[in-house]
Design a protein around this ligand. Structure first.
Ligand SMILES: [Zn+2]
Length: 78
């Protein structure tokens, strides 16, 4: 599978733009586990810096902005 990267607004590294065009002010992104299910990124948890796109379910590594997987049926926290 070819490597996919998301982008961000010029000059705003936190203003992510997913491959599907989702942004933080649109559907947003949530911290998730390696399976793409939303989780609390608490200290001491096994969170490893992954976020899931709430629109398409792409799983994103926050340090590289690389798409590392996809879970279109992501479970969100209540
Ligand atoms: Zn997306």
């Amino acid at each position: 599978m070819p490597k996919e990267l998301i982008t961000h607004e010029t000059g705003y590294p936190d203003a992510w733009v997913c491959v599907c065009k989702n942004t933080p002010v649109d559907h947003g992104f949530f911290p998730c586990d390696k399976n793409g299910n939303e989780m609390e990124p608490l200290k001491g948890s096994d969170w490893n810096g992954l976020y899931v796109c709430a629109n398409c379910g792409r799983i994103i590594n926050q340090s590289t902005l690389e798409v590392v997987g996809k879970n279109p049926n992501t479970k969100v926290l209540a």
